[in-house]
Design a protein around this ligand. Structure first.
Ligand code: AMP
Length: 460
């Protein structure tokens, strides 16, 4: 039945022609896709291991930086760090200062995730590194926590810079860093386009230790001389593969060249295609490579199913899917137009749904995202804008109303559910010829994890 459907669909699609849709995000650059995840899912470390926290030779930062790590010794030393990590607090096996431990407890973080356990000690040593991890693994805290320790809170000059591919992620990362630093005299700001420059200039003048920025707006400030990067000691390039996809790599290189070479550089990416490898070779010093999980792997807790539905039946199919336990659904469409149309269809079917895409103002996007993160909004229809990095807790279902363009995009999209050990379901509608081509690739890679299911479509 399935193959009959497929061949009929293929013929139909061949007749109808290819997609003619206005993709917002350029095609993802080729990247190698390796085998299944090699790391087990996160398990909190054994409590007994807390007692075995190794004595570390660097209990205070000025001496700590650079010890035993090639390339780290030439880094600028903080004159007087206002926070050290040798305090009485504990984060699983990691010693942390009392104020950070207090904040982590407030945030409900009891144990470090695997990437936090591996990366935090390396960053504390001043080591450059490339961190390869799935989204949702806790990588923001993995670099955010040591950044808060490293910056000198008595100085109001920016000392840490985090570069992110989009505004939502900039806000999210800055908020997470601010939360970890909430009990210290510490300031992080997000700088991104689509907002007036003046408030950002004012905030920069008042002084901040950490800047989380999108490349375009950051360069705008650099050109206007409203921001200098000469005091930056640690740089994070977050979601580097996404930066590559949207053509930001030249900007990243330009920015990195404006920052003193004595800096510490961290690069995080879900996949490491060739240009990212090149970037790491060129701008990082003897980086450590830390890999958590496979190169493009969905988290294990996502139940993945697909339905073979003709394009014109998807609206009815979605109606039925939504009736089955979707407590919070993120629905992906390929185009802005598609998002708007589906939102209006859902609204006329009586669902409270909103859309998000790059054609909307920043204020609208932020408001809708905030509603979706809270209890106020159940259904969000999005373009790929929402597929990477964004942390939307409690998403029970990701629905690919339009299929993604490739395996990586699929993995990123479905990574919006089953965050941090929760269960989630990813539903994909397979509707035309290209969809079946991608389905073949997904199945080749995911094997039995992606299962065919059936709907009894009820028309009314
Ligand atoms: P990220 O990969 O940084 O986007 O983080 C994914 C999610 O994990 C976010 O909701 C974080 O708040 C949460 N998170 C990060 N670290 C921990 C931790 N150690 N314990 C519990 N939740 C965490």
């Amino acid at each position: 039945m399935s193959s009959v459907f497929r061949s009929a669909k293929r013929k139909l699609s061949a007749l109808v022609g290819k997609r003619s849709l206005d993709d917002e995000i350029p095609a993802v650059a080729a990247s190698s896709l390796k085998g299944r995840a090699q790391s087990p899912p996160h398990k909190p470390p054994n409590m007994a291991s807390r007692l075995l926290t190794p004595a570390t030779p660097h209990s205070d930062l000025p001496d700590a930086v650079g010890v035993g790590v090639k390339g780290a010794s030439e880094r600028q030393q903080p004159e007087t760090p206002s926070e050290t990590w040798s305090g009485t607090g504990q984060f699983g096996t990691l010693p942390v200062s009392p104020s950070i431990s207090h904040a982590l407890a407030d945030m409900g973080y009891e144990e470090p995730t695997p990437i936090q356990e591996r990366v935090i000690p390396l960053i504390r040593l001043g080591q450059d590194l490339v961190g390869q991890a799935q989204t949702g693994t806790g990588k923001t805290t993995a670099f955010g926590l040591p950044i808060i320790e490293i910056v000198d809170k008595r100085s109001r000059h920016p000392q840490a810079l985090v570069l992110t591919p989009n505004r939502e992620l900039a806000l999210q990362v800055s908020e997470e860093i601010s939360r970890i630093g909430m009990y210290g005299d510490f300031k992080s700001i997000a700088i991104y386009g689509g907002q007036p420059l003046q408030p950002q200039i004012k905030a920069l003048r008042q002084g901040v230790q950490v800047i989380v920025a999108t490349p375009g707006r950051l360069m705008d400030h650099m050109r206007r001389r409203t921001l200098s990067l000469t005091s930056i000691r640690i740089v994070v390039v977050d979601e580097a593969d996404k930066m590559l996809d949207i053509g930001f790599i030249a900007d990243i290189e330009h920015i990195l060249r404006q920052i003193p070479r004595s800096r510490q550089t961290l690069l995080f990416s879900a996949t490491i295609p060739h240009p990212i490898r090149r970037l790491a070779r060129r701008y990082l010093k003897n980086p450590q490579w830390v890999r958590i999980g496979g190169e493009a792997e969905p988290v294990d807790q996502v139940a993945q199913i697909y339905y073979e539905v003709a394009a014109q039946d998807r609206r009815v199919a979605l109606r039925e899917v939504l009736d089955e336990g979707v407590t919070k659904g993120l629905i992906f469409r390929r185009t802005k137009f598609g998002v708007d149309r589906l939102v209006s269809d859902l609204n006329s079917d009586g669902h409270d749904a909103r859309g998000i895409h790059s054609g909307m103002s920043q204020a609208q996007r932020e408001r809708i995202m905030a509603n979706f993160k809270s209890e106020r909004l159940r259904l969000l229809v999005a373009t790929n804008l929402a597929s990477r990095g964004l942390d939307i807790p409690a998403v029970s279902h990701v629905i690919n109303y339009d299929m993604p363009d490739n395996l990586e995009e699929y993995v990123h999209r479905i990574g919006r559910t089953a965050r941090m050990g929760r269960q989630g379901t990813a539903i994909t509608f397979v509707s035309d010829m290209q969809d079946f081509d991608l389905l073949d690739k997904l199945q080749e890679h995911l094997g039995n994890d992606l299962k065919l299911a059936h709907l009894n479509l009820l028309y009314n």
